[in-house]
Design a binder for this molecule. Structure first.
Ligand code: GCB
Length: 595
């Protein structure tokens, strides 16, 4: 699905701002038809933002079920004769949307966009009411999963992942126009052969019978470097300037549908020409070994929750640059497209993850002492849940396939991985991901219950991604024991003959808590903890990446092992560095294999 853009044949309008908002604790709005009139008893709610922390109201913060958003928009007069589309970049976790009195689209999944052709429901020059009901419930048939139960105070949401269940309209909402005959999708695959770059392109169009497709590739200076005709083809770029880590060099692919000399529709796609390949235990970008330094992140901010914000977008990337990080993982869901576009432009490498987190009920049962059904079973995540997961993968690849920054798909974080049922669940999902995108490696993120010998999913993965917490959840406070245990495990994984990225390692740390003898929770302990891990990584050739958990402190649900959220950030939630930040900066900006 193409991002809306302004151009000679297209225009877009952001519907962000203050919308009418109302929680619907009894779920009456769908029966009562709340979309048919101005939303009664509403308050004002900013879009984009999570709604949870904006108002000072526990009933909103901990709400379970539907909330309603509504705005009124005037469709530009100049769009007469154009196709008009309404697009939500995200609605967490599912939504139904009406324009005026008509339902126009419904969507499952909180982190990928959806849109509707609303031409028939709007009149250029006139106002129209846009209403969305957004449901935040997590069930066995959602990604991520959860359980809703009845409590004395109303429904309660339980879930198995370690970040707060923020919900709402987290990303921009757009109204945009295209011609009736329009470019509906573009796919590019890039290659390098010596100093020549190649761009295989495929254009899809709607209503374009009789029109010709023309493409022009230009360099950053705007100079044309290649061109082609037809909906598919290969462009060759001699003396190419590739996209590479640390240097987000982009070309522009201008796609046009033409009728003789008339350009009926035009769409411009930024293209980074680069290759990605796994060879033995190496991860190659443009044929050169790449070592990942960086973090697992979150979209998480005070008050805004998961609401996208350009100020923090730029600031987080500035901190990544300051510390010497060359990459991050979109733990544990697809991030806003603005984030990937920024990474494209700045040469930051991304591991792109689905929202499949918390699919490990054995582990959760071990932590909480509660008993759950087997994870991948008819009583928990069954066929319907897997289909939702498959659809989440389809939508992720469809959205992000053209981003040069994305070099690796992660189809799940820490699922159960040591059982036959896990293998049966995941094997088709690996196949699906490869079918959708044969050009990028695929992996999943492993948790310690599935050891190097017991894991049943790594056989399907191109890259091994492992999260480890020796010295925190086990050997707590005992780094002398943690180091050797970690090293032994990494050596065992290395026997698989695949590259290993340690996608999480970290210790909760209270900013400002100091201790001469490094004690858990102190800044000194976090520094020593990371050092211990780095010494082990440096002894295992197959380790080709280190992502600290986490970039910044983040909100979680209430729990006895969390004090005001997860404190494993190298930066606080308001992005102040802990002592570990300078230590990481010395390592990552020093002369390691990563530079
Ligand atoms: C993990 C999870 C991550 C948690 C982290 C922790 O393994 O992948 O979501 O936040 O551990 O801090 O416990």
């Amino acid at each position: 699905m193409l991002r809306p853009q302004d151009g000679p044949t297209r225009e877009r309008r952001r519907l962000d701002g203050l919308w009418r908002f109302r929680t619907d604790p009894t779920g009456e709005g769908r029966d009562a038809g709340w979309w048919r009139a101005p939303l009664a008893q509403s308050v004002e709610m900013p879009v984009p933002a999570s709604y949870n922390d904006v108002l000072v109201d526990a009933a909103v913060r901990d709400h379970v079920g539907d909330v309603w958003y509504q705005t009124t928009v005037r469709v530009p007069r100049g769009w007469a004769g154009q196709r008009v589309v309404l697009r939500f970049d995200a609605a967490t976790h599912r939504a139904v949307v009406w324009v005026g009195d008509e339902e126009v689209v419904r969507h499952e999944g909180g982190y990928t966009p959806f849109e509707a052709d609303v031409t028939a429901h709007v009149r250029p020059g006139e106002e129209v009411r846009v209403t969305a009901v957004v449901d935040n419930r997590l069930t066995w048939e959602s990604v991520p999963p959860g359980i809703v139960s009845d409590g004395p105070g109303g429904p309660r949401q339980d879930y198995f992942h370690d970040f707060f269940n923020y919900a709402g309209l987290h990303r921009p909402v757009w109204l945009y126009s295209t011609p009736a005959a329009h470019v509906s999708d573009v796919t590019v695959v890039t290659g390098l052969s010596g100093s020549t770059g190649t761009v295989d392109y495929r254009v899809e169009a709607e209503g374009a019978d009789g029109l010709e497709c023309r493409v022009v590739l230009s360099d950053a200076t705007g100079e044309e470097v290649a061109s082609g005709r037809g909906a598919t083809g290969t462009l060759e770029v001699p003396d190419v300037h590739p996209w590479r880590p640390g240097e987000g060099h982009l070309h522009d692919l201008r796609v046009e549908l033409v009728d003789g000399a008339d350009v009926v529709d035009a769409y411009v796609l930024p293209v980074g020409i680069r290759t990605v390949e796994v060879r033995g235990t190496e991860f190659l970008i443009n044929g050169e070994p790449f070592y990942f330094t960086g973090f697992g992140k979150h979209e998480d901010l005070p008050v805004r929750g998961k609401g996208h914000d350009d100020v923090h977008l730029v600031h987080d990337f500035a901190l990544l640059d300051w510390i010497g990080a060359n990459s991050f993982r979109t733990s544990h869901y697809p991030y806003a497209e603005e984030v990937l576009e920024y990474a494209d432009r700045h040469g930051i490498v991304v591991i792109d993850e689905t929202a499949a987190v918390g699919q490990n009920l054995g582990m959760i049962g071990g932590i909480t002492g509660r008993s759950y059904p087997p994870t991948f079973s008819a009583e928990a995540i069954g066929d319907a849940g897997r289909e939702v997961h498959a659809q989440a993968i389809r939508e992720l690849v469809a959205r992000d396939k053209n981003h040069p920054c994305v070099v690796l798909w992660s189809i799940a974080n820490e699922p159960e991985a040591h059982t036959d049922s896990a293998r049966a669940y995941f094997e088709p999902l690996f196949t699906l991901t490869r079918d959708l995108d044969p050009t990028r490696p695929v992996g999943y993120v492993n948790q310690i219950l599935a050891s190097a010998d017991g894991d049943q999913l790594s056989q399907f993965a191109d890259v091994l991604m492992v999260n480890r917490y020796y010295g925190w959840y086990t050997q707590t406070g005992d780094l002398a024991a943690a180091g050797p245990a970690l090293l032994a495990e990494l050596q065992a994984w290395a026997r698989h003959g695949k590259p290993i990225i340690v996608t999480e390692y970290g210790a909760d740390t209270v900013a400002g808590l100091h201790s001469a003898l490094p004690q858990p929770w102190s800044e000194e302990y976090q520094v020593e903890f990371l050092d211990t891990y780095h010494r082990a990584f440096d002894q295992v050739d197959a380790v080709i990446g280190e992502h600290v958990w986490n970039f910044a402190d983040f909100a979680t649900k209430a729990g006895i092992i969390r004090v005001d959220g997860n404190k494993k950030g190298v930066f606080t939630r308001d992005r102040r560095p802990k002592a570990a930040a300078s230590a990481l900066r010395r390592r990552w900006r020093g002369p390691g294999p990563w530079r």
